[in-house]
Design a protein around this ligand. Structure first.
Ligand SMILES: [Zn+2]
Length: 355
């Protein structure tokens, strides 16, 4: 065991205790689990977590005598919360999209390893007082934790904007932050936002979110915009961009093979909610290194996974990609599944079978 482990475990336990007993956080977690949360909720959730991390770090950092232990504990704690905050954000985004009939998977921003390493290392500074170290431990870990949310918002707003959605980014301030924050607060079309909109200084309590509800659809005869994407040069750019986001885990050949596979005969694509367009490549978005496929309602997902697990060793084990058929509400559906081993599947496509 490295010296950091013991410290990390202690800090982790203390942080868990705080998070569990925070009633506001529990209320937010319930909304998130119920699928009714939005990015304002995730921002608040993140700010609360950030505050707790700040306090744990500031309270405990002095008790860690080993300098390396300080650094490791700080890094491990931030890494944990990076994962959990991105998980929460991905979940909320999937629910919002589901309600809007959008099929774009969340992009997971990279872990800001260098920034975290620097912050953790600054806790070892022998030239400053213990009090300064504690203040630093609080403010930098708070700030970095909030930036996990900001990074997700920035990357997904950018990705969606490039994918053809009209995305607005919004920075809200309590008005008590600082003159710069007051100046920059507002709502902007993504790509027209002021420089530095996604940054925050220490002790900044601004909320940065995005709203991608308005699709850049074609104008129909009624004068209203439809919810389809314009089939213009944009489309090519969009696909090119989506392709550049190919999975890190699959080889290029594998990815091309997956993309190039044709539908079995007798199947048609359902239009509208929950169903992919046959030609679009946007059904192959990846969350970090892991493909996570399309989003299905929890109950449906559970049913599919259970069925596949039951049939796995008899039918699917040797197939990298397979089609699984099932009945939902008296209709036949087929799911294209990427096989990553038993109980580890990525649902890439859902298709309704002709009667
Ligand atoms: Zn601010």
């Amino acid at each position: 065991m490295t010296p950091g482990d013991e410290n990390y475990k202690r800090l982790r336990a203390e942080l868990d205790r705080r998070l569990r007993s925070d009633r506001r956080l529990s209320a937010l977690a319930e909304r998130i689990a119920a699928g009714t949360a939005d990015f304002t909720d995730t921002a608040e959730y993140t700010q609360i977590v950030a505050r707790h991390i700040g306090e744990v770090m500031s309270d405990s950092i002095g008790e860690i005598t080993d300098p390396v232990g300080k650094e490791l504990a700080a890094r491990a704690l931030l890494r944990d919360e990076y994962e959990s905050i991105n998980g929460v954000l991905g979940e909320v985004q999937a629910h919002i999209d589901e309600g809007l009939g959008i099929q774009l998977e969340p992009v997971k921003p990279a872990f800001p390893a260098e920034r975290v390493a620097q912050a953790a290392h600054s806790l070892l500074d022998p030239t400053v007082t213990e009090q300064t170290i504690r203040r630093r431990a609080r403010s930098t870990s708070e700030n970095i934790t909030n930036s996990f949310h900001d990074d997700f918002i920035e990357e997904n707003a950018r990705f969606r904007s490039r994918a053809g959605l009209k995305v607005y980014v919004e920075r809200r301030t309590s008005g008590k932050c600082c003159p710069w924050c007051t100046e920059v607060a507002g709502r902007y079309l993504m790509s027209e936002q002021p420089e530095g909109l996604f940054r925050r200084h220490d002790n900044c309590d601004c909320v940065i979110i995005y709203d991608g509800k308005v699709l850049r659809g074609q104008v129909g005869s009624s004068g209203k915009r439809t919810r389809t994407w314009e089939d213009t040069g944009e489309r090519a750019a969009r696909i090119e961009y989506a392709e550049s986001k190919k999975p890190a885990r699959l080889s290029r050949e594998e990815a091309e093979r997956l993309q190039g596979e044709h539908m079995p005969e007798g199947l048609t694509y359902l239009r509208g909610r929950g169903i992919m367009e046959p030609s679009t490549k946007l059904n192959m978005q990846y969350f970090g290194k892991n493909p996570i496929g399309i989003h299905l309602p929890k109950k449906e997902y559970g049913k599919i996974i259970h069925e596949i697990n039951t049939l796995y060793y008899d039918f699917y084990q040797d197939q990298r990609v397979f089609w699984h058929e099932t009945v939902i509400d008296d209709s036949y559906y087929v799911y294209k599944v990427l096989n990553k081993g038993f109980d580890n599947y990525v649902i890439m496509l859902k298709v309704k079978k002709d009667d």
